[in-house]
Design a protein around this ligand. Structure first.
Ligand code: ATP
Ligand code: MG
Ligand code: MG
Length: 658
């Protein structure tokens, strides 16, 4: 038989490897620890760890923690957990902040090499120097007066920055990239040789790339305290300065990131070149940055700031923007190119933003979800809590393919993938969401049959378990109608229906209603070989104290959070999103009954073992099963001794409304 196809050696990833076919493939996954990871990050994790593993290499988990205002312990832990849950083990866990001393030395080195200068321009002056026009276009550029400072002066000023001589915004270390490169330097001349022409074309491309207009390397930050280095530093390095250097220091061979960083690639290479940090070994020396498309799931919210509004609630009608310093201005402009799909600025942490919003005086909007791991969200903690198996997420990412194209997928496409995955893997049980009691009047009170029931009729290897069948059963309200209809094949007065895993059918002889609610609350039926056959089989759960049956539970059914299928297009600034919330995004069934096989499933979870879970990353969400004819379920973390809470992972079919 043909060897299984390795998705990490196909298509775009194959091209990346072939460009740099080194023996020791070394990648990294570099999240900024400023929030919870979302479904898009599952792609980044899968690509970086999977690519390295496929080539016998290793992948680091690097916390890109250079921004002192943006770090919280919970994010570090949650990110590490998610990598492990997805079945990957970091070769090393590194922190960009561990390199602050080295980075500082390299910044001094850059100054000595006349490739950086201290600039005192305001944010507006910087924009003007970059030729930014009111309409967002770029006109002629001009380096500022600080550009030509001598090395000694720059060194002195940098020390002054470091030692607290400047407030935020008063001084920035800028890289001397191509802001000052004049058109004359690359204008073509008829007499140019082919080689000169090529050189000029290259220079022109660099000079016209906004990422090369003397980006910031170091800035004085408003917040001084750093999660790991305390109050040691007043100045912090930017992403543009830090990322490529950390890649080089960690011996990263393939630095894989998302396409919005493509315009930053020349800046990445420029800095490594400027510091002689390129290694021999391939055409492109040193770490090689390549960019793959972002994974975006439509129909939900991935932006940290917006999720924070949903989790924490907010106050709208009053602007709450952090004041910007020069460095933010510089970083911003590059960020405009590098930002996520919704193009918003992320100057504050989501928590800060939410706090600022809460302290406003405008219209108060309550939270829309329970927490960051609310199963209606698409953070990885939420997907995990909902019961989505890690393998389903990885398969989803790889089935979509890793290419340069940004991928837009709908939430129902993701659900369809999860459904297909679960269909083949998890055990099956009978579960009644909204029970009605059925008494089989022709059976003796102590009637008890033990039915041998398979955990998966399509997979004998999963084995069987014993389910009691007694005089008292419970069936789902949906499977009964007070008035019969020729198109209805389940239980109705005078009508028969089959029971799953039971030999003979039952026929309804009478029913009664709760006088208060008007709901059917009891059905009487007869059972046996003389009862005429039904046209369908329904699921049921029997009452047997000896079997601890039924197991009582609460089930939470999740539906889309918003009525609008494109919630990103709602009015977020003024709180308009709140008016579009789907009132039935969470439907709770408080009286669920599960057959006693549940205990076995619970004790044997995860069943089957998922890659990450096999390494011991197990919690309630690893208890997964298919409720026959109902939905896929997982145990929620709110379950306690004596209280079972289930989450619906996905429905069995699209749009069943259940
Ligand atoms: P966001 O702002 O959307 O939370 P980010 O871009 O700030 O995400 P980081 O946490 O800083 O993300 O990045 C970690 C890595 O994950 C980066 O290499 C980034 O390119 C990648 N990444 C982030 N979002 C996606 C996505 N939607 N699809 C694929 N990769 C992503
Ligand atoms: Mg980020
Ligand atoms: Mg972002």
């Amino acid at each position: 038989p043909a060897a299984p196809v390795d998705p990490f050696r196909q298509g775009w990833l194959k091209g990346v490897y072939d460009e740099k076919p080194v023996k020791e493939v070394h990648t990294r996954f570099p999240p900024e620890p400023n929030g919870y990871l979302h479904i898009g990050h599952a792609k980044a994790i899968t690509v970086n760890f999977g690519f390295a593993r496929s080539h016998g290499g290793v992948c680091n988990l690097r916390f890109d923690d250079t921004n002192p205002s943006k770090e919280e312990e919970v994010y570090f832990t949650a990110i590490k957990d998610m990598v492990q849950w997805l079945g990957f083990e970091p070769h090393k866990i590194t922190y960009s902040s561990d390199e602050f001393d080295k980075l500082y030395e390299l910044a001094e080195e850059l100054i000595k090499r006349k490739k950086a200068y201290i600039c005192h321009c305001s944010s507006d002056e910087v924009k003007k120097g970059r030729g930014k026009l009111a309409n967002g276009e770029h006109g002629p550029r001009k380096a500022c007066a600080h550009w030509g400072r001598p090395v000694d002066e720059n060194m002195e000023e940098f020390l002054k920055m470091r030692d607290g001589g400047y407030k935020p915004g008063e001084a920035v270390l800028r890289m001397k990239q191509h802001l000052a490169t004049k058109a004359e330097e690359y204008e073509e001349d008829e007499t140019d040789s082919a080689e000169v022409k090529r050189g000029k074309e290259k220079l022109k491309a660099l000079a016209n790339n906004p990422a090369m207009w003397d980006a910031a390397a170091y800035r004085v930050t408003k917040n001084r305290h750093h999660h790991r280095t305390g109050d040691k530093w007043r100045i912090y390095p930017t992403y543009e300065f830090t990322h490529c250097i950390c890649d080089a220091l960690e011996n990263i061979s393939h630095s894989l990131c998302t396409v919005e960083f493509e315009t930053l690639r020349p800046a990445y290479n420029w800095l490594l070149d400027a510091l002689d940090m390129k290694f021999e070994g391939s055409d492109e020396k040193g770490p090689m940055q390549r960019e793959y498309g972002r994974l975006n799931v439509e129909g939900t919210i991935l932006s940290k700031r917006r999720i924070a509004m949903l989790v924490e609630g907010c106050t709208v009608g009053e602007a709450s923007t952090a004041s910007k310093c020069t460095a933010d201005g510089l970083a911003d402009e590059v960020d405009e190119l590098a930002l996520a799909e919704d193009g918003e600025e992320e100057l504050e942490t989501p928590a800060e933003a939410a706090k600022a919003a809460l302290n406003g005086t405008g219209r108060k909007i309550p939270p829309a979800v329970m927490s960051w791991d609310d199963p209606r969200l698409f953070t990885l903690v939420a997907l995990r809590r909902r019961g989505v198996p890690p393998g389903a997420l990885k398969k989803f990412v790889l089935d979509l393919g890793v290419t340069k194209a940004n991928g837009n997928t709908a939430t129902h496409t993701l659900d369809a993938h999860i459904r297909t995955y679960l269909e083949r893997t998890v055990p099956r049980l009978m579960l009644v969401l909204d029970p009605i009691k059925v008494t089989l009047t022709n059976l003796p009170d102590d009637y008890l049959e033990e039915r041998e029931v398979p955990f998966d009729p399509k997979d004998k290897k999963k084995g069987t378990h014993k389910v009691p069948f007694t005089k008292t059963l419970y069936i789902d309200r949906d499977d009964f109608r007070e008035e019969d209809d020729p198109d209805f094949f389940r239980l109705a007065p005078g009508k028969s229906v089959g029971l799953l895993n039971v030999e003979f059918p039952i026929r309804c002889t009478s029913f009664s209603k709760d006088p208060d609610t008007g709901n059917v609350n009891a059905i009487e039926a007869e059972y046996g070989k003389d009862v005429p056959a039904g046209k369908a089989r329904i699921h049921w759960v029997a009452s047997s104290a000896a079997h601890n049956s039924p197991v009582k539970a609460e089930a939470r059914i999740f539906n889309p959070l918003f009525k609008n299928p494109a919630p990103n297009s709602l009015d977020w600034k003024n709180g308009g999103y709140h008016d579009d919330l789907n009132p039935s995004s969470l439907v709770t069934y408080p009286n669920v009954m599960i057959e006693c096989g549940f205990e076995h499933v619970r004790q044997n979870a995860p069943w089957p073992k998922e890659e990450g879970e096999a390494n011991g990353v197990v919690d309630n969400s690893s208890v997964r099963f298919q409720g026959l004819r109902t939905a896929f379920f997982a145990l929620d973390k709110d379950s306690k001794e004596g209280k079972v809470v289930l989450n619906r992972i996905v429905s069995l079919k699209e749009d069943t409304g259940k």
